[in-house]
Design a protein around this ligand. Sequence first.
Ligand SMILES: [Zn+2]
Length: 271
Amino acid sequence: MSEGGADINPGKLNQEQLDSLRLETSHLSPKEDAEKKKTIGNANHDLLNVYGNYIRKPYSDTEAAQRFLLMDHDTLGTFTHEWIKDPSAKGTETTQPPDFLTFSKSAGELVAGSAKDLWEGYSQQEKEYIVQTVGVDEDILKKRIDTVYSYGTYVHELSHIYQDKRIHGLFLELAAYYYGFHMQKATHGLMLTNTEEQARYNFYQGLIDNYGEDVHKLVFGSLVNDGESLRNDPRALKILAEFTPEVERQLFTDMKTAPLAKQRQDEPTHL
Ligand SMILES: [Zn+2]
């Protein structure tokens, strides 16, 4: 980290600046970094394979992996608070504290952070219960959970990169949860959700059941053209209107005091 921070807009860095920032902030060896980038590239490949038709400007797998700055949690805090002075460039995320932040308000989206260790977050009792239920060795189980969880997290963040930023933050959050879990299931055969996350998944699945592929088109920016307002598109309005303040409160109970929820309340409309 540089002394005194810097005034940078992550979305406007060129490749050289991005690489130098990566070197300064990474907690990984070059080998680990390359391995994780490969996983991110694979996650991008899988996401595009299923949803690529709805995504307006897909990145190649290598480009997508380049959009990630993998750093530990403390560095992410310093990076966010001391480096990024321009509030409009700051990222948004709902988990508190966040695993990742997406910086997406300006052109060229960037994701900073790292997937947390889900297994270590479980209590001893929970670990024993899971090991008994699944019936495999703890080391194998831990590895499997890490693999599936980090994969889902990368897909979640990648979907943020591709989302239409005209849509408000919590709806985009809902969508990112869906795509992360959906791809976990499609690729690894299971979804690592808690009760609230499962409810988010189910709600979004309900939207897809009702409105079909318009939901994916809306979220990935291919339903309403650039320069046109979502408010003038009846299909977009209908879908977004389903996410009422009441639904929002039910699905994001942990978000009551978070900055994003506050920002949402200050906004005059839900678009
Ligand atoms: Zn998110």
